[in-house]
Design a binder for this molecule. Structure first.
Ligand code: SF4
Length: 329
């Protein structure tokens, strides 16, 4: 891919990678892998019309969701562990990537393109966005992320992204250190979020029915973890203090322990109804106005298995046609 495709990034960022806060400085162009586990190749696990996002994101025709292999956060509890930890996925050239994204838009008429954990492959994402905009594609582009970023990268993302959908996972540094090995997560996520809100404002239009899909802005997600209600309370208090009660927020109860959690005994169960209710009580106490809560567990049909061509049974099959393989060692 030509360097001209990387907005304001100067030299090829893959040769001494500092795309995320890990700042591994490895030469991914030479086939090395840093913490995210990916070389400079773009690898994609699924490209699908997804109906499991919040209503303004999924709308009525689905969110055009692109699940990218690898992840810079590497949380032990990752719900998409098959692609973030096991690195399932298929390598796509820039032309293949563009062709499959276009197919998603044409075949399903999705409301947006939703890039899941795009930070570690940002050069290819920016390249695709540039190509699609040049070709007249007008749907919003959506940055769906862990919240773990170098804050100075947000300006790069905002050149192409209309909607930001970041997690705010941890307010407690010690929990962040235990789960993903970086106690700086709370400060990095908060500063990145400030910059996202500054760049795009809050999610709008705000239509909980999904009839009028969102076009721009920020929606923050928080996944409640088993045994970690105090972390959730601190997350909510920080967000309320920083952004006020109108911040669009999605408080999720859908945590399921992955095989690593079950083996280690850490975060090895579902969230109880009482735990989730305690977090929702804090949401109400703080007066948040624009909130999605999940009183009922999400349908099992939205529990993905990325080894299938249809990772989510509730969605149509994935467009990525190549066999799903972990990368060669
Ligand atoms: S994107 Fe990957 S290689 Fe680059 S700094 Fe982050 S974890 Fe390291």
């Amino acid at each position: 891919m030509g360097l001209s495709t990387m907005p304001r990034m100067g030299a090829d960022p893959y040769t001494e990678c500092r795309l995320c806060p890990r700042e591994c400085r490895v030469d991914r162009r030479a086939g090395r892998r840093g913490r995210c586990g990916e070389t400079a190749d773009l690898r994609v696990a699924s490209i699908v019309a997804h109906f499991g996002e919040e209503p303004p994101i999924s709308g009525t025709r689905g969110s055009g969701t692109i699940f990218l292999s690898g992840c810079s956060s590497g949380c032990v509890f990752c719900q998409n562990w098959q692609i973030s930890i096991e690195h399932l996925g298929a390598t796509l050239t820039p032309d293949e990537f563009e062709q499959q994204a276009r197919e998603l838009l044409v075949r399903h008429g999705v409301h947006n393109l939703n890039f899941v954990t795009p930070d570690h492959v940002w050069p290819q994402i920016a390249d695709l966005c540039r190509r699609l905009r040049a070709a007249g594609v007008t749907v919003p582009f959506l940055f769906n992320s862990s919240g773990y970023h170098r804050p100075e990268m947000v300006a790069e993302y905002a050149q192409w992204m209309d909607i930001f959908l970041p997690d705010f996972k941890f307010a407690l540094p010690e929990l962040a250190a235990r789960v993903m090995g970086d106690a700086r997560y709370p400060e990095l996520a908060l500063e990145s979020l400030r910059r996202m809100v500054e760049a795009r404002g809050f999610l709008e239009p705000w239509d909980p029915s999904g009839q009028t899909p969102a076009e721009r802005g920020v929606l923050v997600r928080h996944l409640v973890l088993p045994g970690e209600v105090e972390n959730s309370r601190q997350v909510l208090r920080q967000l309320r203090r920083e952004f006020g009660r109108h911040l669009p927020l999605s408080v999720m109860s859908q945590f399921r322990p992955n095989p690593r959690c079950l083996e280690s005994g850490f975060l090895d169960r579902r969230v109880t109804a009482a735990e989730y209710a305690a977090v929702v009580a804090e949401v109400e106490h703080l007066g948040f106005e624009n909130v999605w809560i999940q009183p009922e567990p999400l349908s099992e049909d939205f529990t993905p298995d990325f080894r299938r061509n249809r990772p989510f049974r509730a969605n149509p099959p994935s467009i990525v046609a190549q066999s799903h393989q972990p990368p060669d060692e």
